[in-house]
Design a protein around this ligand. Sequence first.
Ligand code: C5P
Length: 219
Amino acid sequence: FERKQLAGQRVLITAGPTYEPIDTVRGITNISSGKMGYALARACRDAGAEVTLVSGPTGMPAPLGLARIDVQSAREMYNAVLAHAGQCDVFIGVAAVADYRVKNRAEHKIKKGDGAPALELEENPDILATIAALPAAPFCVGFAAESQNLIAFADAKRRRKKLPLLVANLAQHAMGADSNEVTLLDDAGEHPLPSMDKADVARAIVQHLASLLAQTKNQ
Ligand code: C5P
C-alpha cells in the first residue's frame, strides 16, 4: 500500500476568470477557460488531498469528490478564499483574476443613445499576495502568465508575492488551450517541463509540490 502524495493535505485552489460587472447584463472578463485550475484540482484530489475549488464563471461541471464554491467577481473570490484560508495547508492561485473592477457600476442596464459611457476602474485586491502574507500562511503556489520575458517576469513575481513555488507559462500558449508548457520556479531554481496535456502538467505540479511539502516538513 502506497501512501498518496497529498494524503492529509487540505488544498484550496482558485480557477477560471473573474467577471467584473459594468451593469446588470454587461461586464469585463478575460479568456481564461479554467482548464488548468480544474485539472490541478482533480490532480490534487486524485493525490489524496481534500480540495476546495473557488471557481470564477467557466461553464465547466464541478469535478466529483471536491467542494466547489462559485463566484463571479474578484472581490467575491477574495472573500471566499479568505473565509477558507485558515482551514487549508496549501493555497494554489490559478485564477486569472481581473486586475480592475468597474467603480461606477450601473444599477440598471445602461441604455444606448446617451453616448459611450466612460468606465472608471479601480484596482482589485491581490488574493494570492494577501494569503501569502498571512501570519499563519498556507504553502502558497502561484501562476504567472506572461507574453514575453517569461522567466525574468515570473521570478520577479514569485519574489514580490513571496511564494515558495510559481508555475510560469506563456499566456499565448496556455490560456484556453488543452495543453500547456510550463516552468516551475522555486528556491532551487528553474524546472522546465515539456509541453503536455493539462492533466499531465497538473500531475507534474502535484509531484513537485508534494516533494517541496516533504522538504518543508523535514526542516
Ligand atoms: O500579478 P499577476 O496577476 O500576474 O499574478 C498571477 C498570480 O497571482 C496567479 O497565481 C493569480 O491567481 C494570482 N492573483 C490573485 N489575485 C489577483 C491577481 C493575481 O490571486 N488580484
